[in-house]
Design a binder for this molecule. Structure first.
Ligand SMILES: [Zn+2]
Ligand SMILES: [Zn+2]
Ligand SMILES: [Zn+2]
Length: 263
């Protein structure tokens, strides 16, 4: 069933980084140009946006995204919410409110920062986001699809990953509790964050991300949320079989999708 398109795959600065002349920031490889991490999942005719990254408008234009059935938020950090206001264009196109799913902590921050998106103030769609907020505290139904939140630790912040059938998306993790690892086992496709080679206090580095992949054992894993310390080609060349570096605009499918919509 699920097909995922990476809208953005970079860490919070994006790549190139402003004012940086390093080899990755000046690379001619288009895969080294990374907007902030976000993705869209398509599943049996429905389209789910994961996070509203800073470049949401540019990302939507790049991949032809013109419809969203629901928005799933991983957490409220600025790189994942900076494009929140762009949701209003989807209200305008669809002439409807959009449902937004988030855990209680993220929902509270969204209400605080984007209060105008959760009140009915205009008599037409498009002037502002028109959203209904749904608090996630366990597996939930989305248009007949079961979505399983997978809580991970990102320093002091809790981040929700999301599992759709045999595809799971986890970003901004530093630690994955064993109960959450259990929720990820059995996936065909795993998306996981890997920031750089050096350790970082709130993000998995490459070695730690590969350890998560080894524990989950998906058919294929895609690395996201990279910094400019990891060039695409050099990083990809060093990865074990079954692990790939994602890039902006890449679309991947899970086995269930290839079998024709089971699950
Ligand atoms: Zn982030
Ligand atoms: Zn750089
Ligand atoms: Zn974050």
């Amino acid at each position: 069933m699920p097909e995922l398109t990476f809208l953005g795959t970079g860490t919070s600065n994006g790549i190139p980084v402003i004012g940086c002349g390093c080899a990755v920031c000046t690379s001619a490889d288009p895969r080294d140009r990374r907007s902030r991490t976000s993705a869209v999942v398509r599943d049996r005719g429905r389209t789910f946006l994961i996070d509203t990254a800073t470049e949401l408008r540019l990302q939507a234009l790049a991949v032809g995204l013109d419809r969203i059935d629901a928005v799933l938020m991983t957490h409220a950090h600025a790189d994942h919410t900076g494009g929140f206001d762009d949701l209003r264009r989807f209200n305008e196109l669809q002439r409807a409110h959009l449902p937004v799913y988030a855990d209680a902590g993220t929902a509270a921050l969204l209400r605080e920062r984007f209060a105008y998106g959760f009140v009915d103030a205009f008599s037409f769609y498009g002037g502002k986001p028109d959203l209904t907020l749904h608090v996630v505290d366990g597996p939930f139904d989305l248009f007949g699809h079961t979505v399983v939140p997978v809580a991970v630790r990102h320093g002091r912040t809790v981040v929700q990953g999301y599992r759709f059938g045999d595809l799971a998306y986890v970003t901004d993790a530093k630690e994955i509790p064993s109960a959450s690892l259990d929720l990820l086992r059995g996936v065909d496709v795993l998306v996981i964050n890997a920031l750089r080679e050096r350790p970082h206090p709130t993000h998995l580095n490459l070695e730690e991300a590969l350890a998560v992949v080894a524990a989950v054992r998906p058919r294929v894993a895609y690395l996201v949320h990279l910094s400019h310390e990891l060039g695409h080609a050099a990083a990809a060349a060093r990865l074990p079989p079954g692990v790939e570096v994602a890039y902006d605009g890449l679309t991947v499918r899970s086995r269930e999708d290839e079998r024709g919509g089971l699950g």
